[in-house]
Design a protein around this ligand. Structure first.
Ligand code: ZN
Ligand code: ZN
Length: 212
């Protein structure tokens, strides 16, 4: 991007995200850079994989919505996963084209952190409740700063990612009677159980609650 150009986020992407904030457009820009780097377009089916280095329990995760919207690598298509490193970075992996990591430079994160927007956020004010001029200032900053000032782009020649093989096979839980896809069936006393009925507590829900 040239110094004078400003990235424009389509209105539909803002509408999907739900509020105006700086991290959704950061993710959008990360996606644009990654697609340019690998020379891939918006993914309609399953032609590329997105990976976010975000975790849980910290802000900035709005980034993922922007990245998904521009690349087409969505959670629903299972073309987006989270690596849980707690870093502001995204990876794009495309078969035959390689992999690239885009990191929001530490210096830029420092610059961003000084914006008044984050003083409101730290006080627990939701983005939609922050005065528009405060939000517009930070969004303007992330839409107009040059790529090289904001992002560190690294090709990952060794990186590969593969999904488990997809299967439609499912079975009924012997306790609640609901269908569960076979990969997630647990056997209790020789009978199939879903995870909530199995007593097995290492579920993602517990991870999100901070129990695991
Ligand atoms: Zn947001
Ligand atoms: Zn069950």
């Amino acid at each position: 991007m040239k110094d004078t150009e400003k990235i424009v986020i389509p209105q539909g992407v803002w509408d999907f995200h739900g509020h105006v904030c700086p991290f959704m457009p950061i993710g959008y820009r990360m996606g644009l850079i990654a697609m340019r780097e690998l020379d891939v377009g918006h993914v309609g089916d399953h032609g590329a994989m997105g990976l976010s280095e975000m975790g849980v329990g910290h802000p900035q995760t709005c980034m993922i919505d922007g990245f998904m919207a521009v690349t087409g690598c969505t959670y629903g298509k299972l073309m987006m996963e989270r690596l849980n490193y707690g870093k502001v970075a995204c990876l794009l992996v495309a078969p035959g084209r390689g992999a690239v990591r885009v990191y929001l430079r530490s210096d830029f994160q420092d610059t961003l952190g000084k914006q008044e927007f984050f003083a409101y956020r730290k006080r627990g004010v939701e983005p939609s409740q922050i005065p528009a001029e405060v939000t517009n200032a930070v969004v303007d900053l992330v839409l107009s700063a040059p790529d090289e000032e904001m992002f560190e782009v690294t090709r990952l020649p060794e990186f590969t990612f593969s999904h488990p093989k997809g299967s439609f096979a499912k079975t009924k839980c012997s306790n609640c009677g609901e269908y569960v896809f076979e990969r997630y069936v647990r056997m209790v006393d020789g009978k199939p159980r879903c995870i909530p009925c199995s007593g097995y507590d290492q579920t993602w829900a517990n991870v999100l609650k901070g129990i695991q």
